[in-house]
Design a protein around this ligand. Structure first.
Ligand code: SAM
Length: 192
């Protein structure tokens, strides 16, 4: 049986969880507007590991003309919340998406799987990636242990950066721009 069943979503999204609709409202607005600032008007969005589908719902409500593809490895989440059933470690979409969202997902796959997932995300991303993944240091000193799934893989920020830097430039605040994707950052808009 998968770990991503009803009790998982009740526990982490049932009120005292990691984040909720109101928080995603702020974040999605900021990410969408940063894309606009970079002259990327997302017309296609891929949400990897969409869970309860908060990003997809935000887009439906605020930008209904944007085509959002939401995916998840969990059969339960796909049926309950309406996503395509995909394991990002094993699925590389044929097309590309202006904006890819991967929020709280990459701590779950094992090492070879997460490496494949990063490559698949890069292949799917035309311009911008929003990525949040807790690192070893976050687990040690930042996350709220009552609201966070601690039974996951812990990898350092450098570990992720080494792999992400092969495809993206880190802008900060979870935003990464695809190398060769047409977004050019000023020196102090990026982290390296
Ligand atoms: C913490 S939840 C995040 C949900 C959503 N992104 C959010 O931030 O509200 C993690 C989700 O990642 C999904 N997931 C884990 N491994 C995955 C994989 N290899 N491919 C796709 N989804 C995966 C789980 O099924 C679960 O729904």
């Amino acid at each position: 049986m998968s770990r991503f069943e009803a009790d998982y979503y009740d526990r982490f999204y049932g009120g005292d969880g990691v984040h909720d609709r109101a928080k995603i409202d702020h974040l999605a607005t900021a990410v969408h507007e940063m894309c606009a600032w970079w002259e990327v008007e997302p017309t296609s969005v891929l949400d990897v590991g969409a869970g309860p589908g908060l990003w997809r719902d935000w887009y439906r409500e605020n930008h209904p003309s944007v085509k959002v593809t939401s995916t998840d490895i969990s059969e339960y989440a796909c049926e309950e919340f309406g996503h395509e059933h995909r394991d990002i470690s094993r699925w590389r979409p044929r097309g590309r998406y202006d904006l890819v969202i991967c929020h709280g997902v990459l701590q779950y796959p094992s090492r070879p799987d997460v490496e494949a997932a990063i490559d698949n995300i890069a292949a799917a991303c035309r311009h911008v990636l929003y990525l949040e993944v807790p690192t070893t240091s976050d687990f040690d000193s930042v996350v709220d242990i009552g609201a966070t799934d601690m039974a996951v893989h812990r990898r350092s920020g450098d570990w992720y950066r080494r792999r992400l830097n092969q495809h993206f430039t880190q802008a900060g605040a979870g935003l990464w721009v695809r190398n060769g994707g047409g977004v050019v950052l000023y020196e102090l808009e990026r982290t390296r």
